[in-house]
Write a protein that binds this ligand. Sequence first.
Ligand code: EPZ
Length: 430
Amino acid sequence: MEKILVRGGSKLHGSVEISGMKNAALPVIMAAMLVPDECIIENLPAIDDVATSLEILRRMGADVTMLTKTSVKVNAKNFRPGESEFDLVKRIRASYYLLGAELGRFGRANVGYPGGCDFGSRPIDQHIKGFEALGAKVDVEGGYIIATTSSPLVGKKIHLDGIPSVGATVNIMLAAVMAQGTTTIENAAREPHIVDLANFLNTCGADISGAGTSTVRIRGVKQLHGCTYSIIPDMIEAGTYMIAAAAAGGSVTVTNLIPKHMEAVTAKLIEMGVGIEEGDDWIKVERTDKLKKVNVKTMPYPGFPTDVHPQMSVLLCLSEGVSFMTESVFDNRFRYIDELRRMGADVKVDGKTAIFEEIEGLSGAKVTAVDLRGGAAVIIAGLTAAGVTEVDNIQLIERGYDDIVQKLKDIGADISKKVTPEPEALPKAN
Ligand code: EPZ
């Protein structure tokens, strides 16, 4: 079993380059399934979730050829709908984008119920509402979601309920892109990766406008053609390294990012007294003084991103006075808190808010990655903790972060990967 070891105390210096955005790459890869032609997708992050997504498409008949570590040629001309493999699909939540893509191209889809990080309930009622509005019949049977339509999908006005769902916005765009007439998604998610998906599809000949606003309009087209497209930089990865620098202290320039996407994170770091300098595609983070207390509330974009919440909580552990983290996007994203408590954090969770009391500092401990961003959080905590922190379950981290150990090592972190023997099997009860 592999673990990540972090010895705290080293300040970070130098620059770290951000990879392509996981949550843009996954929808774009699934969208390539709509195109019976050659698509070249560049600036992919070299992460397990991308490899799994490409393998799902390959096993369903798409030609998939890696051109470099971060670029791929996909031709879905011979793609066979309804044959996604359950054990691959359940590994990543984004596999449910197959529903919209298969429905959009073939009028039928049959996909295993989605997995993904456990933040309490993660329903897909808004996805189903969108598919049914377009004219599809959707059933959930034996752990599979089956969507069918006997006639071409017809564009409709669809209003998403509650929090603007990223997944539902993506899935409805994929289903509507070749529907008859125009589909309007109201209360749509505004995340940069929605814009990236719309840009990819428009480069393939789709007719989508309003992506990035709460109203996305998709005018159905007959067919899509191949294209070459480069994925945007990962704003969540960028936020993770900005926070790592603020936690460990020192001076780090995070490069190949879009400062506009980072505004909510940058504003909170400045509020905590962290030094920020911005360029066209880089942000320099310097921290010399004690972190000031702060009140953070996650919101859909352009608010503070929920995917940076666990990482940000490490700074709240270290801030003077009392700080607050309110999670308003997911039911329960606080499972990582127990791991920070093992390291000495003084935190109470009251409903959707975690309350962080001032402490002297964190101490190294054996901890686990409870999910992707919770794993990043305990690594950042290890950078500042006294002694050594040992992180297990690191496959959850590597599915979403491209080369995180090497990138941190390159800016001065005392971090390494260690292979440890599998724990001895417990004696069987006789
Ligand atoms: C995407 O998840 C991301 N995953 C998540 O990133 C991210 O946290 C989330 O968007 C919010 O930004 C990928 O892109 C692969 P949602 P998704 O649908 O689409 C509720 C990471 O760390 N909801 O926007 O599943 C839902 O329960 C991962 O990279 C419904 O009620 O998120 C949640 O409370 C973690 N019904 C809220 O909306 C629905 O039909 C937002 O969920 C759909 C969602």
